[in-house]
Design a protein around this ligand. Structure first.
Ligand code: DGL
Length: 266
């Protein structure tokens, strides 16, 4: 094993939503060790005011970088990335950061009807970063921003095996569907890493079929492109991938879920 393989990749999310990106990253990058960090003590991020959230995440990263000395950091969290990505890059210039921001550009390139929706947390839809993406890449489209108060929590409950009421999910996604001048929304951007866990439920409950755009694989590819090669013939052999929870005390179903993902509890 060489030096780069010893240094892990950190994947950081407010909760367990970032596992949707981690599972893609592990497929593309089998020769690296991952440290999955969930700020469950701060979850959900969607409702936080910007300044305290920025300070919280920067403070947490002081500790993470010192402790894990990561080769790169992936932030599979739109709510965090759209707020602190630039600050993190400034604060830790030696560490490459891969962010996750609403996939507005690919949606604008792909839409046929010109009607696209961004489904995200209230924090992400409020961000200047999100408005700038629309200004830069989607001025020819009609973009509906839908900020959901409840879906991130619902996705966490769903993935832990709790029963969810269809009507409650239907109410959350209903504003995504727009009909205008004989055209209909044809793409809904999943701009919160938690939502792909509910994609099949969304598909079943949607009033008409749309493309539910999940950026997970694109993020994993970007991360792969930033890594130094491990060298020909190197074995995909490394220590355990681990999960870290800022509460220090995740519940039983969360621990079981981590186990199911092959993550040892730190
Ligand atoms: N998973 C997060 C995102 O991608 C946010 C969920 C939350 O903490 O509200 O935006």
């Amino acid at each position: 094993m060489n030096d780069t393989a010893d240094r892990p990749i950190i994947a950081f999310d407010s909760g367990i939503g970032g596992l949707t990106v981690l599972r893609e990253a592990r497929v593309l990058i089998p020769d690296r060790r991952f440290v999955y960090i969930a700020d469950d003590a701060g979850f959900p991020y969607g409702d936080w005011d910007e300044e305290p959230l920025r300070a919280r995440i920067l403070g947490l990263f002081e500790g993470f970088i010192a402790r894990y000395d990561p080769e790169i950091v992936i932030i599979p969290c739109n709510t965090a990335s759209t707020l602190v990505l630039d600050d993190l890059r400034r604060a830790f210039p030696a560490v490459p950061f891969v962010g996750t921001v609403p996939a507005i550009k690919p949606a604008a390139e792909r839409t046929s009807s010109g009607l696209i929706t961004v489904l995200a947390t209230p924090g992400t839809v409020k961000r200047a970063y999100t408005r700038d993406l629309i200004q830069s890449f989607a001025t020819k489209c009609h973009v509906r921003l839908v900020g959901s108060q409840n879906l991130a929590r619902m996705a966490e409950a769903h993935i832990r095996g709790d029963h969810l009421d269809d009507a409650a999910i239907e109410a959350e996604i209903a504003p995504c569907f727009v009909e205008m001048d004989g055209k209909r929304t044809d793409i809904v951007v999943l701009a919160c890493t938690h939502y792909p866990f509910l994609a099949n439920v969304f598909r079943r409950l949607a009033p008409w079929p749309v493309d539910w755009l999940d950026p997970a694989e694109a993020i994993a590819r970007r991360a792969l492109s930033l890594l130094k090669p491990n060298g020909a013939g190197s074995e995909p052999e490394h220590g355990d991938d681990i999960a870290v929870f800022t509460s220090g005390n995740p519940d039983f179903s969360t621990r079981r879920l981590m186990q199911g993902f092959g993550l040892a509890m730190a």
